[in-house]
Design a binder for this molecule. Structure first.
Ligand SMILES: [Zn+2]
Length: 199
C-alpha cells in the first residue's frame, strides 16, 4: 500500500469516527491530513457525510488548492480554503478536524473562549478562542480563521461562532482527540453550570 493510500484509509476511518461520535451531523464538517514531508494534503469531499466517506473519495490537493488526484472525480470540501491556510501558516500541523459538535457549538454563540472547566482540558486544549461568524465556504470565513491563527499562534483549537470548532493536531489521531475533548469539555461546563450552589 502506498503512503497516500494509507492516509486515504486513515482519513476515512477518522471521518467515520467523528460522525459516529456525533461530532457532526448531515453532510457537515470536514477532515484533512498532510502527507508527511510533502506539500500535499488529503481532504474529505463536499456533499458526502463524514459517516460515509470511502478512502478513494478523499481528494489529494496541493497547498494552494490545486487538485492532484480525485479518483472518483469529486470536489473537495468548500472549507478547503481554511484547512490549506492553516497548513501553510503552521508547519507543525499534520491534520485538521473541523466539526459541528452540539455543546461546543452552543458555547461558540457566546462569543467567548470555550470554558476549560477540567484539568485535562486546560492541559490539552490550553486556550480555545472564538472567532467571528461568516458564511461557510466564504473567503471571509477563511480570512477570519487565518486571523485567528495568526493572533493566537499557540492554540490548537478555535471555536467558530454559530458554526463549530476547528482542531489542528500533530496527526489525525491528535486532531480527533482535540475535537472529542473540546466537546466533552463543553458538555461538562454546561452540566456544571446547571448544578445549584449548595453553600
Ligand atoms: Zn463547518
Amino acid at each position: 500500500m502506498s503512503n497516500i493510500d494509507f492516509f486515504r484509509q486513515k482519513l476515512s476511518e477518522f471521518s467515520k469516527r467523528a460522525f459516529q461520535r456525533r461530532l457532526v451531523g448531515g453532510t457537515g464538517g470536514n477532515l484533512s491530513v498532510r502527507i508527511p514531508d510533502t506539500d500535499t494534503v488529503l481532504i474529505t469531499p463536499t456533499g458526502i457525510s463524514l459517516g460515509d466517506v470511502e478512502p478513494e473519495e478523499n481528494i489529494l490537493v496541493g497547498l494552494e488548492g490545486e487538485v492532484l488526484d480525485s479518483p472518483k472525480g469529486l470536489k473537495g470540501t468548500k472549507e478547503a480554503g481554511f484547512h490549506l491556510a492553516a497548513y501553510r501558516l503552521r508547519p507543525d500541523v499534520g491534520a485538521i478536524a473541523h466539526v459541528h459538535p452540539p455543546y461546543a457549538t452552543a458555547y461558540s454563540n457566546k462569543e467567548k473562549p470555550l470554558p476549560l472547566v477540567t484539568v485535562s482540558a486546560r492541559l490539552n486544549l490550553k486556550h480555545v478562542p472564538c472567532i467571528e461568524c461568516f458564511p461557510p465556504g466564504s473567503p471571509e470565513l477563511r480570512d477570519c480563521v487565518i486571523e485567528g491563527i495568526i493572533n493566537n499562534p499557540e492554540v490548537n483549537s478555535l471555536l467558530m461562532k454559530e458554526h463549530g470548532i476547528l482542531c489542528m493536531g500533530r496527526d489525525l489521531r491528535h486532531a480527533y482527540y482535540l475535537a472529542d475533548l473540546a466537546e466533552d469539555t463543553a458538555k461538562i461546563a454546561y452540566i456544571a453550570a446547571t448544578i445549584p450552589d449548595t453553600k
